[in-house]
Design a protein around this ligand. Structure first.
Ligand code: IPD
Ligand code: CA
Ligand code: CA
Ligand code: CA
Length: 264
């Protein structure tokens, strides 16, 4: 566990509280029904639960830490950049809208450009994944670790696709390469959960193209704190805003990148 005296403990505590507020909102609209609109196209949905979760999270975090900035998927960016929260209030909106129970909320605290705290809550299963830099990664208070599997073939992998994949089909090429070489690949539909599943040893690896900072900021830290590796598609250390992310248990990392990039 992360000690109460740790300088980031108050942030972790507030972020877990904010994640549970989102959980209540996700559950409320799942039971009551909700309206939705679209964003970039007909399959890019936004529901009342996305918007109200972001508002509730923002209000709680900024009332506790008024000096912080805030970057959220639904509200854009505001305030100080030295200390800011990066939030996806509902990751897996399409799953949520269909009652397919694989969605959650992702919150990260970035300090001087470095993620220091990450929280991802699977709001339908009440699984809270979190990490503070240097302190390890946890699931509902218990330490988690990536797997020790070394063979790519037989590893369980996940990926995802942007809403405009028809216009930007690059990941279809990688997906095809992976499947045609016999790899086991899933497309669960919530990138933040895909990442923490690598951290928890439920997947060996995950890659995706064109994710946003709010999709990955928390999960990235949680994977690294669980002993995993996170890079771009050339094996360079990951940075927020990169077009590519590859997150694995470390052992299969090179082999996965080589397979995705292998021509012919
Ligand atoms: C999406 C999910 C999905 C990924 C998309 C994301 P949203 O986020 O994480 O798994 O493939 O690229 O945009 O819109 O559900 O928060
Ligand atoms: Ca997302
Ligand atoms: Ca979202
Ligand atoms: Ca969205």
């Amino acid at each position: 566990m992360i000690g109460r005296k740790h300088p980031y403990f108050p942030y972790l505590e507030a972020m877990l509280e904010a994640a549970h507020l989102a959980k209540g909102i996700h559950a409320y609209y799942q039971a009551k029904g909700f309206t939705h609109g679209t964003k970039s196209g007909p399959t890019d949905l936004v529901t009342q639960a996305d918007r109200e979760s972001e508002e509730a999270i923002k209000e709680l975090l900024l009332s506790r830490f008024p000096e912080a900035g805030f970057l959220g998927e639904e509200g854009g960016s505001e305030g100080d950049k030295a200390l800011r929260f990066i939030v996806d209030p509902l990751d897996g909106t399409v799953n949520y809208a269909h009652g397919f129970p694989f969605y959650g909320v992702s919150l990260a605290l970035e300090v001087e450009g470095k993620i220091q705290v990450g929280v991802v809550l699977d709001t339908s299963r009440d699984e809270a994944f979190y990490a503070v830099r240097g302190e390890g990664a946890f699931l509902n208070g218990r330490p988690i670790r990536v797997t020790e599997r070394k063979e790519l073939l037989g590893s369980l992998l996940a990926t995802g696709f942007p809403y405009d994949v028809a216009k930007d089909p690059e990941n279809l090429t990688y997906f095809h390469r992976a499947l045609s070489r016999g790899l086991l690949v899933r497309r669960p539909g919530a990138a933040a959960l895909d990442l923490v599943y690598v951290a928890a040893g439920r997947l060996e690896g995950f890659w995706e193209v064109k994710l946003n900072p709010w999709d990955v900021a928390a999960g990235w830290l949680i994977v690294e704190e669980a002993g995993g590796k996170v890079t771009d598609l050339e094996g360079r250390p990951y940075r927020l805003g990169h077009r590519y992310i590859v997150a694995t248990n470390g052992h299969i990392h090179e082999a996965l990148i080589q397979t995705l990039l292998a021509q012919g």
